[in-house]
Design a protein around this ligand. Structure first.
Ligand SMILES: N[C@H](CCC(=O)O)C(=O)O
Length: 276
């Protein structure tokens, strides 16, 4: 047993959909939540940038003594998880594999809505077809969604219009399942539900990454049985803006601090001239 915190991070308020699941499935765990709001959206970034950001965040979380970290961000999970997970001495979980497994359990014609970077990485198609190569997968990049959510324009008629546009190619393929391939998108659930036929099952990887975290904590004997401390929130951008936006999902105004992330040491390399 350990009372150390679980670190959770995203570019912004998307990770709150994972936090919500942590509160539901692991009510005794204390959480450290970080949102890289100064550098969002992640979905248009290169792999090199995402790797650098993720290393900085995990290094900071290590300094804060976390026992586990959850990448509550599909873009980071798609572009950085495989590379960084062996660089830290605590388990690092991503959302894509748990989401893909859950989707294959219910669907045969699976649509994935994601950031442009996640869609282009093909991470969901690979993960789904590794489990079942016969399942068909269509991935759509939705660049406008994260900025609209972060600007609190969820109920703006434009958000509904653009959602119709993004879902159109998936509806044409008669998908039976839709995966939220970005942790921000469950915040759009009421809108997406209005557009999708009732027969389409929505899969939220947040539910399944937290189920995986429960198993991992059990396996490693790291569960906390003493009761949770209040969640600590850190951001790289404006704390007040994050607090104002997130109150609608948290049910209260959180105390948010501004965090200055560490700059990681460059990986040691041997200069070519010094090799005989
Ligand atoms: N919520 C994140 C990041 C979105 C973004 O910043 O573009 C994801 O799941 O990909």
């Amino acid at each position: 047993m350990t009372t150390a915190k679980i670190g959770v991070f995203d570019s912004g308020v998307g990770g709150l959909t994972v936090l919500r699941e942590l509160y539901r499935q692991l009510p005794n765990e204390s959480i450290l939540y970080f949102a890289d709001t100064a550098r969002l959206p992640y979905g248009n970034r290169s792999q090199a940038e995402i790797l650098q950001f993720v290393r900085q965040i995990l290094l900071w979380m290590q300094q804060q003594g976390v026992k586990m970290a959850i990448m509550a961000c599909n873009t980071s999970s798609a572009l950085a998880l495989e590379t960084v997970r062996c660089e830290f001495d605590f388990p690092v979980l991503g959302v894509i594999l748990p989401g893909a497994r859950a989707a294959v359990a219910v669907g045969k014609r699976i649509g994935v809505i994601a950031t442009p970077a996640t869609a282009a990485s093909n991470a969901y198609r690979r993960a789904i077809q590794e489990v079942d190569p016969k399942v068909q997968v269509w991935q759509v990049g939705c660049p406008a969604f994260v900025p609209l959510i972060e600007q609190n324009r969820i109920n703006d008629p434009y958000t509904y219009e653009i959602a119709q546009e993004y879902l159109q190619p998936l509806l044409q393929q008669q998908i039976d399942t839709l995966v939220y391939g970005c942790t921000h998108y469950p915040h759009l659930a009421p809108i997406l539900r209005r557009i999708l036929p009732k027969t389409v099952t929505l899969v939220d990887p947040a539910v399944h990454v937290v189920a995986a975290a429960v198993q991992e904590l059990d396996l490693l004997g790291l569960k906390n049985h003493q009761g949770a401390k209040p969640t600590r929130f850190g951001v790289s951008g404006c704390p007040q803006q994050f607090a104002r936006l997130s109150v609608q999902w948290l049910g209260c105004t959180p105390a948010v601090e501004q965090v200055c992330l560490p700059v990681p040491m460059p990986l040691q390399s041997v200069p070519i001239e010094s090799i005989d």
